[in-house]
Design a protein around this ligand. Structure first.
Ligand code: GN1
Ligand code: MG
Length: 374
């Protein structure tokens, strides 16, 4: 876990347009990539919180591009929400607090990039889904997010991580990691490597559909983990979608797929008891209903026809990435115990199997929903 250094954070906090004194700050143990802190300030006698976040420079090579995307996307979302006369806009859309120079982020003397968000109060996130209602809310929230971004003006967004969900490239990276076997772990991960290689036939399905323009490129979130949806603590309504670093041109199916991966199993991403890891049909149904309630209007037939497959493919792809990182010596995803990435990979592959068993039923449920709505 990153170590919070109070003096350093005080120095960072002074760079942003925040009034008042910082009282204390805590590390937020969320996400595998960036370092996140919540800081409490005294502002005219009231306590106000902000989020300070250090962008992981080895993952995001172009922080200016990331922040440019985030600014464009949040400005557009805010405008859309205003036009819809929605209340509580700063709880429904991330707000960047600019630096004293008016920039969207600050680079310190060590070359580290920091940004600040308004803290959203009265919401919570969950690492695993607690109820079908939550699954519905997550699906609805990401569908709504995509829907509002369909008409984002300006040029194409920056590719903040090129080829992010490119399963063929992820597959090749695994093959390379196996042949290098940098940390001498290939033998003990043989079952997982075999599983990955056996699944090569699914690797190119969506890539081919995208290349052949059967499925369109859209603006997508690309990290639609369940813990990236903030739910109102009182009403349970999904308020805000967070973690916008990978919002870029992509495929909506990957977004839906990552929701299936993180919103349908009762377990955590690193569950050790694989017997518990499975797609719960009740959760999938609510997730799909929620997603289609806000996304059906813009989805094409070809997109809808691949919904269940997308869940399998993205879960497989993330499993490949965990396995690759395990073999390469855990350089990408932050780990908290030995073999953590291998454990994460195992749950992903177990979930792939669970989807394989239910894929037809999942897809036919979506087809039926779609027919009913037509
Ligand atoms: C990373 O750290 P977090 O939760 O935002 C990763 C996602 C993976 C996810 C797996 C930029 O997301 O792609 O799906 O871990 N983000 C990046 O839990 O690589
Ligand atoms: Mg993320």
């Amino acid at each position: 876990m990153p170590i919070y250094r109070e003096a350093q954070l005080q120095e960072i906090s002074r760079q942003f347009q925040i009034y008042g004194e910082i009282l204390h700050a805590e590390t937020c143990k969320i996400g595998h990539i960036n370092e996140t802190y919540s800081a409490t300030y005294d502002q005219g006698g009231t306590r106000v919180r902000y989020i300070h976040q250090k962008i992981n420079r080895s993952v995001f090579k172009n922080p200016a591009g990331v922040m440019e995307n985030v600014m464009r996307v949040t400005a557009h979302l805010r405008q859309k929400l205003q036009a819809l006369q929605v209340r509580d806009i700063t709880r429904r859309c991330l707000t960047i607090v600019p630096t004293r120079e008016g920039q969207s982020f600050y680079c310190d003397s060590a070359g580290e990039c920091w940004r600040t968000f308004v803290f959203i109060e009265g919401v919570q996130t969950f690492e695993s889904v607690q109820s079908p209602r939550q699954a519905f809310e997550a699906g609805k929230a990401f569908g709504f997010f995509q829907n509002l971004l369909v008409d984002l003006p300006g040029g194409r967004l920056a590719d903040t991580i090129p080829h992010f969900h490119h399963t063929r490239k992820r597959f090749q990276a695994l093959q390379q990691a196996v042949s290098k076997d940098h940390s001498n772990r290939a033998l003990s991960a043989k079952a997982e490597i075999d599983f990955a290689l056996r699944h090569e036939p699914i690797v190119d399905v969506l890539l081919n559909a995208l290349a052949g323009k059967k499925i369109p490129e859209r603006i997508t979130h690309n990290d639609t983990k369940f813990n990236n949806v903030m739910l109102d603590t009182v009403t349970g309504e999904a308020m805000c979608v967070v973690d916008l670093d990978t919002v870029m041109p992509g495929c909506v199916l990957y977004d839906f797929g990552d929701m299936v991966r993180t919103t349908t199993s009762p377990t955590l991403e690193d569950e050790l008891d694989l017997a518990k890891v499975r797609v719960q049909m009740a959760m999938f149904k609510k997730l799909a209903e929620g997603f289609l309630s806000t996304a059906a209007a813009f989805l094409t037939k070809a997109e809808k026809a691949h919904i269940a497959f997308a869940g399998k493919l993205i879960t497989f792809t993330i499993g490949l990435r965990f396995l690759t990182d395990h073999l390469a010596g855990d350089t990408y995803f932050r780990i908290h115990r030995p073999d953590h990435n291998l454990d994460r990979c195992r749950t992903q592959f177990k979930l792939v199997e669970s989807i394989e068993h239910q894929e037809e039923a999942m897809q036919s449920f979506v087809d039926k929903l779609d027919r009913r709505a037509a």
